[in-house]
Design a protein around this ligand. Structure first.
Ligand code: MEV
Length: 408
């Protein structure tokens, strides 16, 4: 932990007993009866825009952290990840009902844009001082809905280093009376959209073909296997769902480690994947002019480094320190790279060796624990399960009973 410059206290925070206290938990949600633990691991080998990163990940699934570290090493061999991200602009939605003349009302709203933005910018002087605040007004006319026509007003609001739900919800609520007087309608819902498509993050990376000369394949065969695996997701939503799930294995783990809202990120990612009307993979894999594999990813990533659980949760603060990001935009870029690498890890394993082989050892340990093994018995039972190629709890229980009988 020297690399991340952690103090003894911060180190202790990462270890057992240093996590969220019951008092802190009690202030976060209602009816608290306990604190629920999950493993926190660190993925390595990440080179991003020329800088090294350690990636804290909170996840219960075996192979995710190891797979990510392995894939990051492959991309490192091609020069690492290049990333970018948009300004942190969120969408606050206002639903306007009972508008007598919706088409004309839309134009009245657009004509009053400056007035609306100026009003919104008076609400939170701090965010404006930091360089954020209201940026634009967009108005969409829904000709029909189950309750007739409606106008949907979008307030685009730069939330700087926050996830921004509070800031944008507050602004949407405050703007509503003005929207009502301009439209002659009635504002119904006022809430952010999780399809944060003004807040996209992107990553790309090259894997040299030679690095894919695995499992007895030539470099070009290795690249071809990966392209075929991607092609499956590109044409089939059933496969794309699983492909994207693997991407989110990595992204969610960092989202959770940093105290961010993983449901918001999930909602945005999957809606963005379906934006064309067909559910599509969030990554693309191609062969470049040199014959190497090149991957790219783009998705909305509304995450913050200030506010919410990022500041309340002691381990989230340490996770942010380990990452060493300057703010929300850089954090989103790291997450995009993680998503791309996690996808590479999965496709590599699936296309070359089948997922079960790599999973088996780690899975066997979980099964051994589920069967009641503890201490060094976990490894002993797991080793037997792998040897027998039967990774099942009933078998683990039988092996455990056998080993205990031998011991006593
Ligand atoms: C398992 O959690 C994730 C994978 O299914 C992803 C994929 O199939 O691409 C391995």
């Amino acid at each position: 932990m020297e690399y991340a410059g952690l103090s003894h206290e911060e180190m202790a925070t990462l270890q057992s007993g240093g996590s969220l206290s019951i008092d802190q938990a009690d202030r976060m949600i209602e009816n608290v009866v306990g604190v629920y633990g999950l493993p926190l691991g660190i993925a390595t080998n990440f080179l991003l825009n020329g800088r090294d990163y350690l990636i804290p990940m909170v996840v219960e699934e075996p192979s995710v952290v190891a797979g990510l570290s392995y894939a990051a090493r492959l991309v490192r061999q091609g020069g690492g990840f290049q990333t970018s991200s948009d300004e942190p602009v969120m969408i606050g939605q206002m639903q306007v009902l009972d508008v007598p003349d919706p088409a004309a009302a839309r134009l009245r709203l657009l004509a009053a844009k400056e007035e609306l933005l100026t009003f919104a910018n008076q609400l939170d002087p701090i965010i404006v001082r930091l360089g954020g605040g209201a940026r634009d007004i967009q108005v969409r006319l829904m000709d029909d809905s189950p309750v007739g026509p409606m106008l949907v007003v979008h307030l685009l609001y730069d939330v700087r280093d926050a996830m921004g739900a509070n800031a944008v919800n507050t602004a949407a609520e405050a703007l509503s009376p003005l929207v009502e007087s301009l439209t002659g309608g009635r504002v119904g819902l006022r809430i952010l959209s999780n399809l944060a498509d003004h807040r996209l993050a992107r990553a790309q990376g090259v894997v040299p073909a030679e690095a894919l000369a695995l499992e007895g394949l030539t470099p070009q065969e290795g690249v071809q296997r990966l392209l075929e695996a991607y092609a499956f997701a590109a044409v089939d939503p059933y496969r794309a769902a699983t492909h994207n799930k693997g991407i989110m294995n990595g992204i969610d783990a960092v989202v959770i480690a940093t105290g961010n809202d993983w449901r918001a990120i999930e909602a945005g990612a999957h809606t963005y994947a379906a934006r064309s009307g067909t559910y599509r993979p969030l990554t693309a894999w191609e062969r470049n002019a040199n014959g190497d594999l090149v991957g790219s990813i783009e998705l909305p990533l509304a995450v913050g480094t200030v506010g919410g659980a990022t500041r309340v949760h002691p381990q989230a603060q340490v996770a942010l320190k380990i990452l060493g990001v300057s703010g929300a935009r850089e954090l989103a870029q790291v997450m995009a790279a993680v998503g791309l690498a996690q996808n590479l890890a999965a496709l590599r394993a699936l296309a070359m060796e089948g997922i079960q082989r790599g999973h088996m050892q780690l899975h066997a340990r979980q099964v051994a624990m589920a069967a009641g093994a503890s201490g060094d018995m976990v490894e002993r039972v797991a080793a037997r399960l792998v040897e027998e190629k039967v990774v099942r709890v009933d078998r683990a229980e039988a092996i455990l009973a056998e080993l205990r009988a031998q011991g006593s």
